[in-house]
Design a protein around this ligand. Structure first.
Ligand SMILES: [Ca+2]
Ligand SMILES: [Ca+2]
Ligand SMILES: [Ca+2]
Length: 132
């Protein structure tokens, strides 16, 4: 169990170890250095605000609406920082055409995706360095 606590934390996630991670309060980043397909179906990550795969290595993140709801806090918003070797496969999300028009956590440099069906508003913000 890796417990972030109150501050802004950077937590390294090792796919093989699959530790439970609780970011706690603050803006918490999970850094992943494993390469290849990263699937979050059986991970136990919570209260995290950002996944960072910007390491010039190729990762593919596979995320469903359920995965994002489980790993975030009650804002249900996940940022993903990466590089041009990475890709993100989102299931149940669609691109938001005009993120500035919405009252949300949008920041320039990201592409915003919103869930299509859950009824809970769930958002993923993917760095535009990542080619989708
Ligand atoms: Ca924290
Ligand atoms: Ca947090
Ligand atoms: Ca990468």
């Amino acid at each position: 169990m890796l417990n972030g606590g109150a501050g802004d934390d950077v937590i390294f996630f090792d796919v093989a170890d699959n530790d439970m991670i609780n970011g706690g309060l603050g803006t918490d980043t999970v850094k992943i250095t494993d390469t290849g397909m990263i699937d979050f179906t059986n991970t136990a990550i919570s209260n995290v605000e950002m996944i960072d795969i910007a390491d010039n290595q190729a990762q593919t993140l596979n995320l469903s609406v359920t995965d994002v709801l489980e790993m975030t806090d009650n804002h249900n918003a996940l940022f993903i920082d990466g590089d041009s070797k990475d890709s993100v496969q989102l299931t149940g999300f669609e691109k938001v055409a005009d993120p500035h028009s919405m009252n949300n956590m949008y920041k320039d440099g990201y592409v915003m995706y919103a869930d299509t069906a859950s009824g809970v508003h769930t958002f993923v913000y993917v760095s535009d360095d990542i080619v989708m």
